[in-house]
Each structure stands twice: as C-alpha cells, then as structure tokens.
Design a protein around this ligand. Structure first.
Ligand code: 0WD
Ligand code: CA
Length: 425
C-alpha cells in the first residue's frame, strides 16, 4: 500500500471517531451531520484518502444547528499590523484611521475620483495567510504567554485564519449563491485555514462589468469621506483612494473548545481618547442601496444584516455605520447599527437567519476539521469544499498546488520550537 495514502487515510480514524461518539452517550441524531460519502469530487494529482468509505461529509441544514448559543469568548486584541500603499507589511498601526461622524444626510458623491484618483489592489495576487504568518513570526511571545515548555506545539491556538473565512462559515447555512473552498494544513498541532478561489469566483472576478467594478469602488470612497488620518485632522475627499492600504487587527478568542487566532481588516476607530480599548472602539463602514420598499427592507434584513452581523460579531467590533446610496452613487442617509441589537431588528422577519445557527455550524465545522485533518505536515492540504444545497466534502493532497504555508514560516517555527529547549541566555 502506498505509504502516503495509508498515513493519511481517514478509514481507521473514521471508525475510531464513530466509536468515540457512540461511547459518549450522545443521541444518534447528532450523527446525522456525518454520513458516508460515496462521491469523489477531487481525483486530482496526488489526491490522498481516495477510499470512498473513508470519506465523510458535514451537513449545512439549518435545523441541525438550532441549539443553545455556543460559548464564544469576548475577543481580545493581541496585536495589529498595517499594509501600506504598496502592500508592504508593517508590524504596527500606521494605517489606523479615525472615524469622523458625517451629517445624517450628507450627499457624498461616491463616483468622484473613480477614473483619476483610484489605485486598485491587484486581486489576482493571492496572499493567502502570508500577512498573518508574518505577524505571528514577529509576535510569537504574545501568543504563548506561559512560555514554551508548557506545550509541545509551536503555537498555543487550534486555528489560524482570516476573519473573512470565518464570516463565510458563519453564513453558510443561509447562503444560496456562492460556494467555497477552504484549504487546511495541520502544522505543529495548529490548523491553518486559507481560502482557495473557486472556479465560479474566478470567472466572476475576470468578467466583472464596468458598472460592478465602479460599484466596488464606492465602499472605499465612503471610507474616505468618513475617515481621518489622525485624531486632529478631517477626512480628505480630494485624495487618492488606494485599496492596497489596510489596517488589520489580530484577535484571540475561543468558540466552544476551539481556540482561535484570526485577523481582520478594520476601517477605523473612535477618535475619542476615552473610547474603550480595541476592539470595542472600532467602527465598520458599509454602503448599501437606499431602502424604498417593504420588500427592499426585508431583503436588507435577510441578506445584508446577516453578513454585517457575522463579520463584525467575530472580532467584537460593536458598530457598523452604513451609508445608504441612491442609484447614482450618492449617499443620501447615514445610519449606525449596533451589532448587539441586530438580532432584535430581524425578529419580525418571517423565517429569518439566527445567530445561533451560524455559530453552531462554524463550531461543528471546526470540530469536523479537527477530526479529518490528522496528518501534521506543511506539505499536506485537506481541501474542504461546499456548494449551496450540498454537504461539505473534503479531499487530501500532498505536495500539491494547494500547499500554502511558506517555507520561511515553516523554517522559522521549526527553529523557534527547537530553540525552546536551549538554555536561556
Ligand atoms: O486574496 C484574497 N482572496 C483575500 C485577501 C482573502 C481574504 C483576505 N484577504 C486580505 C484582504 O486583502 C485584506 O487585506 O485580508 C484582508 C481582509 O481580511 P478580512 O478582514 O478577513 O476580510 P473581509 O472581512 O472579507 O473583508 C474586510 C474588508 C472589506 O471590507 P467590506 O466592508 O467590503 O467587507 O477588507 C477589504 C474590504 O475593504 N477586503 C479586501 N481588500 C482588498 N482585497 C479584499 C481583497 N481581496 N477582501 C476584503
Ligand atoms: Ca467596510
């Protein structure tokens, strides 16, 4: 038998998992999440674990996740980083911006500057987890505060990922249009999750209409109207919008028994020096089409507020400031949404989304990952795949195009782990 395949095959693991679950005395209903998958979506190159019996799936049906809200610890900011106008990484907050409250009816023209004062990030460049990994290498002591000897792992967290990837997981039980691919590598006990662009997403990116391209600019233009570079200055709507620039927070938290470390881009913070500490001082900025009919209001509650809630709830950002714009791209009104009040706002909506379903699905997906991803190696990627109305499936790949942990990171983490046992100077 191919040693690569046997080492990664989840067949023996599967039976041990089943035994474990059955012994736990939990109801057989819980096992409905997992069933034998007889299909194989990825038979590519060195696809491992091809024994169909060894493959299992995770259901995304909402009703399976209507349980008590899982424990989600208050996210703690453990650091931040900045990406400059050329997308260079800095281990500091130099790109932090300050929120300047606009007029309630401001008439901001979001189309201004699209042709002549816009530098767009090249979104065909896939950065994967690189910026977060750079931050980890520069801040290892902040993540393992108790010191290395206590733990044999390189990092004292279970999962490292982007906040945006977790947002996609939270909204999955309600998503009917876009599927996802998430690559997972287990390295020194930690699971790294990095998105892979789907074929459909690539086609959409490469075939955007001019109108769509311009509308993507509008969100960044709204940021320029409402953010200042420091606490004493005002926004400069005459400047250049450059989407390479970013300020990212790095937070640590726990979802049930999953310890998470993730990073997310933050638009700006409250400029009052007496504002609460991060992430509670952060403000998320959004634009949305103005709401003129009951149908539009209902859609806003069902789809937009779900995405806004999930994205900001995860890192503990308490408020979203929304600019509502007309068809011509003019912001006609501005409204603040408090994340903690969004679930009340949607209560009157028939058959609407539920935060507990989002969180329980994410939690069960992370448990699924922990069970499936058994081989600990930067050379192995388990690719989790989901399409609307389907179950989550996976396949395993060694030395494939999906590998995403860079050599510099693997070397740095291996070196620092060995050095833990060296006498301290
Ligand atoms: O290359 C990629 N496909 C990805 C890049 C996937 C995931 C993240 N990233 C990078 C982004 O370039 C950005 O620097 O990570 C950072 C943001 O990560 P996140 O906070 O986890 O992502 P998300 O919550 O999806 O987006 C937050 C904001 C967006 O604001 P809105 O209000 O539109 O949700 O980050 C920005 C955007 O302003 N953003 C991006 N900026 C440039 N390129 C991108 C992107 N691909 N994705 C999101
Ligand atoms: Ca935003």
């Amino acid at each position: 038998m191919d040693p690569h395949r046997s080492s990664i095959s989840c067949h023996s693991h599967q039976s041990s998992y089943k035994r474990q679950r059955d012994d736990s005395g939990r109801s057989p209903r819980e096992n409905k999440h997992f069933r034998t998958n007889t299909q194989h979506q990825y038979r590519s190159e060195s696809a491992l674990g091809q024994n169909p019996l060894s493959c299992r799936t995770l259901s995304t049906r909402r009703e399976l996740y209507e349980r008590d809200f899982p424990v989600y610890k208050q996210p703690v900011e453990v650091g931040c980083f900045s990406l400059d106008s050329e997308r260079r990484f800095f281990n500091d907050s130099r790109q932090m911006r300050y929120y300047v409250e606009p007029d309630r009816n401001p008439n901001f023209n979001l189309r201004d500057g699209y042709r002549d004062r816009f530098i767009k990030r090249d979104d065909s460049v896939k950065e994967r987890l690189d910026h977060i990994l750079r931050w980890i290498v520069a801040n290892k002591s902040k993540i393992n505060p108790t010191g290395a000897a206590a733990s044999p792992r390189a990092l004292d967290v279970d999962f490292v990922t982007w906040r945006g990837h977790l947002t996609k997981l939270l909204t999955t039980p309600y998503e009917t249009r876009e599927g996802w691919l998430l690559a997972v590598t287990r390295f020194r006990g930690t699971f790294y999750i990095s998105e892979v662009e789907t074929e459909a997403a690539r086609r959409e990116r490469e075939n955007r209409t001019e109108r769509h391209e311009e509308m993507m600019y509008w969100g960044y233009k709204f940021e320029q109207y409402t953010c200042a570079d420091n606490t004493h200055s005002l926004p400069d709507p005459g400047g250049v919008v450059n989407t390479n620039e970013a300020f990212c927070t790095v937070v640590q938290t726990r979802l049930a028994d999953h310890r998470l470390l993730f990073s997310g881009e933050v638009d700006c913070r409250d400029k009052d020096p007496k504002a609460p500490a991060a992430p509670a001082c952060y403000v998320e900025l959004k634009t949305s089409a103005e709401i003129c009919t009951p149908k539009q209001r209902s859609n806003f509650h069902r789809f937009k507020l779900l995405k806004w809630w999930a994205q900001s709830f995860l890192p503990g950002v308490p408020r979203v400031v929304a600019g509502f714009r007309d068809q011509e791209g003019v912001v006609v009104s501005v409204e603040t949404f408090h994340i903690s009040k969004i679930s009340h706002l949607i209560k009157n909506e028939y058959n609407c989304w539920k935060p507990t379903v989002c969180m329980n699905f994410c939690c069960d997906f992370l448990s699924f990952v922990k069970r499936v991803v058994t081989e600990d190696s930067p050379r192995v990627v388990y690719l989790f795949s989901w399409d609307p109305y389907k179950d989550v499936t996976y396949s395993a790949h060694r030395d494939s195009q999906y590998c995403f942990l860079p050599h510099w990171y693997v070397e740095e983490m291996t070196r620092s782990e060995d050095s833990q046992y060296e006498p301290k100077a």
